[in-house]
Design a protein around this ligand. Sequence first.
Ligand code: ADP
Ligand code: ASP
Ligand code: MG
Length: 416
Amino acid sequence: MALIVQKYGGTSVGSTDRIKNVAQRVAKWKRAGHDVVVVVSAMSGETNRLIELANAIQTQPDPRELDVVCSTGEQVTIGLLAMALIDIGVPTKSYVGSQIRVLTDDAHTKARILEIDKERILDDLNSGKVIVVAGFQGVDASNNITTLGRGGSDTSGVAIAAALGAEECQIYTDVDGVYTTDPRVVPNARRLTSVTFEEMLEMASLGSKVLQIRSVEFAGKYRVRLRVLSSLTDPNISIEEESQSGTLITFEDDGTMEAALVSGIAFNRDEAKVTVLGVPDTPGVAFKILDPIAKANIEVDVIVQNISTDGKTDFSFTVHRNDLERTLTVLKPVQAVIGARDLVSDDKICKLGLVGVGMRSHGGVASKMFAALSEEGVNIQMISTSEIKITVVIDEKYMELAVRSLHQVFGLEQSQ
Ligand code: ADP
Ligand code: ASP
Ligand code: MG
C-alpha cells in the first residue's frame, strides 16, 4: 500500500471512452489498496483550440486572460474523470489548481510552482477518496489563475508527487516509455528500460516532448521516482506487470547503470535564431544584449559568440519561436545603443542533440556526429556542448534526415 501519483496526458484522456479507460486503470490501483492522486491534461487538441480562440480575439492575447481561457481545458477533464470513477463505485473528488492552492509565481503562461498546499489532498485521501487534480495550472499570490507552459501537466504531476512524498509518479502517455528518439520520426527507435535523470534532463532541454523539462528538474530536486508508461494498454493488466513497464528515470548514483555512450537523440523545431551583427568586442556587450531579454522573461538557449579580428563580432542565440517577435522588439533599441551593425533572425531552424552519460569518459562523439552530418550535406549553424550532450542548430528542412542518420550511425535502433 503506497501513495502514488498518476498523470494522464491529452491523448490518454482524448475521448470519453479513453477517460473511462483511465477510470478503470485508476480503480485497479485504488482497489489494490493504494492511495491515488490523478493529475490530468486537457483532452487532446483542446489547449490548441483555446489558444486559437484567444488569437482570434487579440493578436497578442493578454497573458492574464489567456491563462483564464487556457486553464479551462483541464477543468473539463477532471470533472469527466471524477464522474467516470464515481460511476464505477470509486469515491472521487476533483479540484482545479487554485482550489488545492498550487501556488505559482506571476509569470503568466509560463509560471513556476512555488508551493502546494497538501492538507486538503491528504484529508480527502484519508477519507478513502481518489483525488483528481487539473494539471498545467495554479494561482499566484494575488489569486490570479496561472498556467505552467505547454506540457505543464507533467510538472503538476511531479510537483504534487514531491509535495506528498509519493512513492512514484507515473506519467501515462501515448507511447510506452522514453525511446532513443521520437518514435514518430524514427519508427525503429528503441525503448529504454531506464534512463538517468541527467540524460532525461538534457533530452527534455533539447525539446523531447515526452516530459516537460521542469518536471524533470522537480524530480531531480526532490528525488521523485518517475516512470513513463503507456495509457493505451489494457487497463486491467496486472499491477505487477504495469509497475515494471515503461521507462524508469534513475539517479546515476543508484550504482546500477550501464553508461551508454549515446543514449538518445532529441530535437525540436520550436526555436528561432537571433543574430546581432557587427557587435563591438568590448566588455559588457553580452550583458547589454541579454539583460533586457531576461528582464522581459524570455528564455535564451544556445548562445554563440566568436573572437574578433577587427574589434567587431557577431552574437547569436536562440529563443522560443513564440518569443521571437518580442525579442526583436526588445533588442531594436539595444542595437542602436551598443552600435551593432544589424539585427537578423531565422525561424526556420531546428535544434538537435545527442545525449549520453558515457560521453563523459569517451571522446570522439562530436567528430563522429559532424562526419555523419557532413556526409548528408547538412550545414551546422551553431554548436554547443555540455559534459553529456552535443547540440547543433541546423536548417529545419534537414531535421528528419539528420535524426535518422545519427540514430543509425550511433547504433541506437532496435536489434531485430
Ligand atoms: P502527453 O499528451 O501524454 O503529455 P506528449 O505528446 O506531450 O504526451 O508526449 C508524448 C510524445 O512525445 C510521444 O507521442 C512522442 O511522439 C514524443 N516524443 C518525443 N521524443 C520522445 C522520446 N525520446 N521517447 C518517447 N516519446 C517521445
Ligand atoms: N494541456 C496543456 C498543453 O496542451 C498541458 C499539458 O498537456 O501538459 O500544453
Ligand atoms: Mg506532454
